[in-house]
Design a protein around this ligand. Structure first.
Ligand code: F3S
Ligand code: F3S
Length: 104
C-alpha cells in the first residue's frame, strides 16, 4: 500500500484525491489517510503531492515510519467503506497525528 506521512498534516492539499482511481484516500481532521486494503498501488497520487507526503510503504522515510501504522489503524473503526467521497470528512485523526503541534 501507499502511505501518507507527516508533511500532509495541516496542509491537506488534496491534489492526491483527484488522481486516485479507486477513491481510497480518506480525509481526517488534520491529514488524509490511504486505505491499506482499498489502495491498488497504482502510484498515481505520489507525484502530485506538492509536499511529498506520499510514499510506497517500503520507501517510507524512517522518521515517518509510524505513519504506516497511522494509515492502517485509522480504519480500525471505519472498516472498508469502499469509497472516500461518499464518507466525506472524518472529524478525527490517528493519535500520533492528533498530538502533533500545529505544522503549518
Ligand atoms: Fe496531503 Fe499531499 Fe494529498 S498534502 S492531501 S497527501 S496532495
Ligand atoms: Fe490511489 Fe495512490 Fe493507492 S492513487 S490506488 S492511493 S497508490
Amino acid at each position: 500500500t501507499y502511505v501518507i506521512a507527516q508533511p500532509c498534516v495541516d496542509v491537506l492539499d488534496k491534489a492526491c484525491i483527484d488522481e486516485c482511481p479507486v477513491d481510497c484516500i480518506y480525509e481526517g481532521e488534520r491529514m488524509l489517510y490511504i486505505h491499506p486494503d482499498e489502495c491498488v498501488d497504482c502510484g498515481a497520487c505520489e507525484p502530485v503531492c506538492p509536499v511529498e507526503a506520499i510514499y510506497y510503504e517500503d520507501d517510507l522515510p524512517d522518521q515517518w515510519s509510524d505513519f504506516y501504522k497511522a494509515n492502517v489503524d485509522f480504519f480500525d473503526d471505519l472498516g472498508s467503506p469502499g469509497g472516500a467521497s461518499k464518507v466525506g470528512k472524518i472529524d478525527t485523526d490517528h493519535p500520533i497525528v492528533a498530538k502533533l503541534p500545529p505544522q503549518a
